[in-house]
Write a protein that binds this ligand. Sequence first.
Ligand code: SF4
Length: 366
Amino acid sequence: MRVTFPHMGNLHISLKAMFHYLGVEVVLPPPSSKRTLTIGVKYGPEFACMPLKLNLGNFIEACEMGADTIVMAGGCGPCRFGYYAQIEHAILKGLGYDMQLIVLEPPERHISELLVKIRRITGNRSWWRVIQAIRFGFQKARAVDEIEMAAFKIRPRELRAGSADEAYNRALELIDRASSMDELLANRKKAMEIMNGVAVDQNRRVLRVGIIGEIYTLLEPFANHALERQLGRLGAEVDRSIYLSEWVNDHLFLGLVKGLRSRKAACGAAFPYLRHFVGGHGQETVGSAVNYARAGYDGLVQVFPFTCMPEIVAESILPGVSGDFNIPVLTLIMDEHTGEAGLVTRLEAFVDLLERKKEFKEAFVQ
Ligand code: SF4
């Protein structure tokens, strides 16, 4: 069995670690690129949202490299995510790619439902080994999230342009390389030392921007044109409403790991703007907007793929949050036609607006 999975930010670091721990061969598709998107656009339905097209491109590129089994997450309505895996599988079959599909879905009743599907991949390896592998993958996700959070703080304050990104890449490499829990613990420490070693101006005045929206476009830099980096370079410290380890804890571990932000808390904060589930992360988007506004953030950027229904619902509600909390919101909708230059121009204008608003507020207080 030669397993592959779609890219979504740094997800591959955790999944690869988990499969290697179990001795399962992994075929990692090349990072998502223009080629990946072109393939996905060519064979995917025109009306499908961009993540489906990029996933499809990842699978075809992995199949060209010899992968024979796809492992991916599944979900439920009311958005289209629940159909993704089956549609992609049917398209691949139609194109002559004979691949086995294993869909890991949030367990409906018990975590054992998920473990049974994992056993399909791991064969007769012991349960203990499987649980250790999941734990190892999850710890890698935690380490990666920690490094990302550090990069978000350092980027707008770095003294030498590009030094935060260099440290970030080196730190991620260390986490990726760790092949045992002991090595991961040691490398996690070294990685944070690398991040903390970047020379910064602690007194620099920076803006704080919360990034909210649909999970795939939030986590995958190719899909969002490296939004976090662009904002960091423009002098904004960012935070993201969803991190990978939080998603795993909420959806696959049913919140077993304590001390992480939870979906439940974000959805609670959405009340009274949005009182029920609308699919995807629409409700979390609204709740996170409220939480960032309450925490004193200067602005919000909502990002989602063109035609993403849950985020369109959230978009229609965000002006109410923006008005009530006096916090500007910029909405960015991504598809295969989105160009980086146009996006950067919009971000520059938004950051200018936030700076002027902040200056005005400070002058008024004095
Ligand atoms: S959440 Fe949005 S982008 Fe994701 S599958 Fe649903 S409609 Fe598509």
